[in-house]
Every structure is written in structure tokens, then in C-alpha cells.
Design a protein around this ligand. Structure first.
Ligand code: PNS
Length: 170
């Protein structure tokens, strides 16, 4: 049986840290599906469709640069557990940058398991160079035009800036 994992998140936008976790997951699972979901505790800069476009740009770049062909990106309107079922996944992958991430994600993993007992959450530690990278940080770089470009996931900077500037004009 194929080992399929989803990597759920709000991805507003997907960052270099997310891309690194996804790359690692692609070496552990037969298929990895990035899923853009709503986090009810957060309001966003990008629409779900824009986040999907950004995630797909990252997927394309992984394919071009590293020959990674088992990653795809999706958007889903409901629960992580329902997205996993819809996409045929038995695993949920989350990256951890800190003990605070662990506290939050440990609770989310248990909620997800209660929704669907067949789902196992797998935590992957962030590499030191990505510990301070977050979607919030990338949004600040976009807003103020300052900061470290290495926070952008490879292949996403141009699409992110073109969407952000288009939104600012409109
Ligand atoms: O990138 P984030 O914001 O940490 O991702 C959190 C996300 C979107 C994965 C989480 O909020 C989520 O699973 N949302 C979908 C709804 C759901 O399944 N909630 C869990 C139980 S309340």
C-alpha cells in the first residue's frame, strides 16, 4: 500500500521552512500532498487560491531543481482529517520549530486522531536555519521591502510579489 502524507497548513504564504519540511517528507513517503486549509485563529493576506498558486510554484521548483516528482498541492475547505480522507492519506506531517510549536501541534494531532483514528501525525524538526522563518516574517518582508530573501520558498518570490502588488493596486 502506498504511503501517502498530507502536509496541512494555512501557508499564507508557504515559506522556505515549509518547503524544507516538504522536501524531507517527499523522501519518507510515496506521495506528499500539501493542503491549504483555513486556520480559524488567523486572518490572511492571500486568498486560498493565491496560496495554492504559491504552493504550486514551490512544487514546480522542487521538480525542476531536485527532480522531486511526488509532491502536489491542493486546497480544501474543511477539516484536516477530512482532507486526509479525500486525498487518500494515512499520515499528517507537521514541521516543528520550537517547544511552543510542539505544544500546539501535539494538541492538534490528538484532535485529528479523534476525528479519524486511522491518521498518524509525524513531526519533522525544522533545520536551524529555518527556525526563525515564518509566514508572518515573509508577509513583513513583502510589506516593508526589507529582510532576508532566504525566507521565501525557492520559486515563490516572483509569484508572491506579483500577487501582493496586484492586490495592493486593486
Ligand atoms: O499553518 P497553520 O496555521 O499552523 O495550520 C493550521 C491548520 C490550517 C492546519 C489548522 O488550523 C487546521 O487543521 N485547520 C483545518 C480545520 C481543522 O481540521 N481543525 C482541527 C480541529 S479544530
Amino acid at each position: 500500500m502506498k504511503k501517502i502524507a498530507i502536509v496541512p497548513g494555512s501557508f499564507d504564504p508557504l515559506t522556505a521552512g515549509h518547503a524544507d519540511v516538504i522536501r524531507t517528507a517527499s523522501s519518507l513517503f510515496d506521495e506528499v500532498k500539501i493542503v491549504v486549509l483555513a486556520n480559524s485563529g488567523k486572518t490572511g493576506m492571500f486568498t486560498p487560491e493565491e496560496r495554492l498558486r504559491i504552493a504550486r510554484a514551490a512544487v514546480e521548483k522542487m521538480k525542476e531543481d531536485d527532480g522531486i516528482g511526488n509532491v502536489s498541492a491542493h486546497v480544501f475547505p474543511g477539516l484536516t482529517a477530512d482532507a486526509a480522507k479525500e486525498l487518500g492519506a494515512s499520515f499528517v506531517v507537521k514541521g516543528l520549530r520550537s517547544a511552543a510549536d510542539f505544544d500546539y501541534e501535539f494538541g492538534m494531532a490528538e484532535i485529528t486522531r479523534r476525528f479519524d483514528g486511522g491518521l498518524t501525525t509525524v513531526f519533522l524538526p525544522s533545520k536551524p536555519e529555518f527556525i526563525h522563518v515564518s509566514s508572518t516574517y515573509v508577509r513583513e518582508i513583502i510589506k516593508y521591502g526589507k529582510g532576508d530573501d532566504r525566507a521565501f520558498a525557492p520559486g515563490t518570490k516572483d509569484v508572491i510579489l506579483s500577487i501582493a502588488h496586484g492586490n495592493a493596486k486593486g
